[in-house]
Write a protein that binds this ligand. Structure first.
Ligand code: NAD
Ligand code: IPM
Ligand code: MN
Length: 361
């Protein structure tokens, strides 16, 4: 199979972990006889520095013409004081909107031998396997431009959703639940927010279309609590943009590190974008210690969802599991009796695992 992939390294550890994904994809191409070509473009702070904008037209164009996009992370202290339109994060929101990537799938499944690396009790998290379906192109992030009033002493952000925006993400979540364990938890704040009331109505309407899915509604504050006290309760969680952002970082605690969580950002049928859940991690950037697994697993999701290469995706997931099972880990994971390695060593272990596995077949 021949595919053209646009790489958007972004900033901080984004630049480091994207190299890991590329190495792993090159290994897959070699072992499975595919041809993956890569083209790198700027986004975020890197693009601000070079072009004076967090999302150059050339980047958007390249993404639109690619078979899939891999994104590292954006942001960093260098740009934190910039005016809103010149923040790196605007580049990320811009590309999500430009490609209409309304469905962000964030699978969370602990690696068996890493359960003790979580600060949560092993018996609580054991067996947890959930998927957060986060709405990604609406809500507070995309309200009518935020503004300051009264000499900057009062502020306005708008939380807007249309029926159509809610319907399409809810359908995606029902479909995901059908292909998993048939349970859907819709998370909202319907006791306060008008947007949540409409969200809940639509989930209720959709129920009839998916009779094989058991649906419940949970308020977001209670969901945040249940996620870490009873995580095995959940199968698929569907929620709006901001709630999904917060709950997914919280859910990363189940696995032991944010550095392990991949995500897929999808639209109806066009190009998909794959990005780790974590950010640019300025505190560890440039040190070669970032965990590349979230980025590498995002590349696996790309192979599965955009290219239908299920065996190859599984090979990457098995390889990451294999390296971690063998006791190798980056500094973010508190593993007992393990061997701590850096980003490039961890990547090489995963690449080597892929090579030996395919050689033995
Ligand atoms: P962060 O996710 O970058 O880091 C949070 C903590 O997790 C840090 O201690 C970091 O060292 C650690 N961490 C994250 N990923 C790791 C990895 N792969 N390996 C090891 N440790 C890892 O969140 P933050 O510090 O709140 O934000 C930093 C910057 O990143 C901000 O500018 C923010 O806007 C941006 N951000 C970008 C994205 C994205 O591009 N998708 C996501 C989140 C945050
Ligand atoms: C994420 C990030 C982004 C978000 C930021 C950087 C805009 O936190 O991808 O989870 O909130 O969507
Ligand atoms: Mn986030």
């Amino acid at each position: 199979m021949k595919k053209h992939i646009v790489l958007l390294p972004g900033d901080g550890i984004g630049k480091e972990v994207i190299e890991s994904a590329k190495d792993v994809l090159n290994a897959i191409a070699e072992e499975f006889n595919h041809s993956f070509s890569f083209e790198t473009h700027e986004i975020g702070g890197a693009a601000i520095d070079l072009y004076g904008t967090p999302l150059p037209e050339s980047t958007v164009d390249a993404c639109k013409h690619a078979d899939a996009v891999l994104l590292g992370a954006v942001g960093g202290p260098k740009w934190d004081q910039n005016p809103s339109h010149l923040r790196p994060e605007r580049g990320l929101l811009g590309i999500r909107k430009a490609l209409d990537l309304y469905a962000n799938l964030r699978p969370i499944k602990g690696f068996k031998n890493l359960l003790h690396a979580s600060p949560l009790k092993e018996e609580v998290i054991s067996g947890s396997d959930l998927l957060i379906v986060r709405e990604l192109t609406g809500g507070l992030y995309f309200g009518t431009p935020s503004e300051r009033r009264d000499n900057g002493q009062s502020v306005v952000d708008t939380l807007a959703y249309t029926r159509c925006e809610i319907e399409r993400i809810v359908d995606k979540a029902f479909e995901a639940a059908q292909s998993r364990r048939g349970r859907l938890t819709s998370v909202d704040k319907a006791n306060v927010l008008e947007s949540s009331k409409l969200w809940r109505e639509i989930v209720e309407e959709k129920k009839a279309k998916y009779p094989d899915v058991a649906v419940e509604h949970v308020l977001v504050d209670a969901a945040a609590m249940k996620l870490i006290t009873n995580p095995t309760h959940f199968d698929v969680i569907v929620t709006e943009n901001m709630f999904g952002d917060i709950l997914s970082d919280e859910a990363s605690v189940l696995t032991g590190s944010l550095g392990l969580l991949p995500s897929a950002s999808l639209n109806e049928s066009g190009v998909g974008l794959y990005e780790p859940v974590h950010g640019s991690a300025p505190d560890i950037a440039g040190k070669g210690v970032a965990n590349p697994v979230a980025m590498i697993l995002s590349a696996a999701l790309m192979l599965r969802y955009s290219f239908g290469l299920n065996d190859e995706a599984k090979m990457i997931e098995d390889a990451a599991q294999g390296a971690l099972d063998a006791g190798f880990h980056t500094a973010d994971l508190r593993v007992e009796n393990g061997r701590q390695v850096g980003t490039t060593e961890m990547t090489k272990l995963i690449v080597d695992f892929i090579k030996t596995q395919t050689a033995s077949k």
